[in-house]
Design a protein around this ligand. Structure first.
Ligand code: SAM
Length: 254
């Protein structure tokens, strides 16, 4: 007789996440533009600008890096702003189909055939191929809400960072003031699955994405989880973008 065990739930949830991202991989970049009217680019620009990578050679780990968007932006910033051509990014993701899209993109960049960007299949909750105390900057953009155990992800982030290293997360947040929150909720539950259906022919995956945003903790609660994992946070620990539709959280490993 099959007896339900909580670990089964984790497996089911991992399986759903894997299916969702395999099915959206080829249309992922286009869909991001369509869903956010291009605003996700501004959020990512702000994320990179705030972290200001390339002040000296850095070892960056971009977790749940998908198609490599953050990885390429980090290196472009390092080159443009700091004339740094040595910083390295390891882009890890649990989904090989998303990484395959990233590898395709790599071919059309100046980082092709260089060691500047590498891709690895890794679960953010384990990071078993990433040594402890080896990373200067850990980034995770729109990825942590898809992970089953957020505290495990934060624990691993803390383990792989060097003392003095920075944890940085760009993720959807809770919108305020309340009238705007209710407008945003209506938009996300009706328009996003529809765009998913029209552009990617996949309503269900985008319905899942909207629900995962709804379930993710509010900014205060997520900042508390980051602190609980051992990070030092400064101020309240986050910066809201577009009324909290997205937020950047940072923490320092002492
Ligand atoms: N960071 C990229 C960006 O901003 O464009 C991709 C974000 S995409 C919305 C979320 C990514 O998280 C997917 O590529 C998915 O495969 C990945 N992901 C989900 N669960 C994961 C896990 N446990 N470990 C690593 N990656 C995971």
């Amino acid at each position: 007789r099959w007896v339900f065990h909580p670990a089964d739930l984790s497996l089911i949830s991992l399986h759903i996440v894997a299916e969702v991202f395999s099915s959206v991989a080829s249309s992922y970049d286009l869909m991001n533009d369509a869903m956010s009217a291009g605003i996700h680019r501004l959020w990512k620009d702000r994320f990179v600008q705030k972290l200001d990578p390339g002040r000296g050679r850095m070892n960056i780990l971009d977790v749940a890096g998908g198609t490599g968007d953050i990885a390429f932006r980090m290196l472009d910033h390092a080159a443009k702003v700091h004339n740094d051509h040595d910083t390295l990014v390891t882009c890890v993701d649990i989904n090989p189909d998303m990484l395959a899209e990233g590898k395709k993109r790599l071919l059309s960049t100046c980082y092709a055939n260089t060691p500047r960007v590498s891709f690895k299949v890794q679960n953010a909750e384990l990071l078993d191929e990433i040594p402890s105390n080896s990373v200067d900057l850990y980034t995770i953009a729109f990825g942590i809400r898809n992970c089953t155990h957020i505290p495990l992800v934060l624990q691993q982030a803390h383990r792989v960072l060097k003392p003095g290293g920075i944890f940085a997360c760009l993720e959807f947040g809770k919108v305020s003031p309340p009238p705007l929150a209710s407008l945003y909720r209506q938009y996300s539950f009706s328009v996003i699955p529809l765009i998913g259906q029209l552009i990617a022919g996949d309503r269900d995956s985008y319905q899942y994405l909207v629900e995962s945003i709804e379930k993710f903790p509010k900014q205060e609660d997520f900042a508390k989880l980051i602190e609980d994992a051992g990070f030092e946070i400064s101020g309240n620990g986050w910066e809201d973008l577009t009324f909290g539709v997205a937020a950047i959280h940072t923490g320092l490993k002492k």
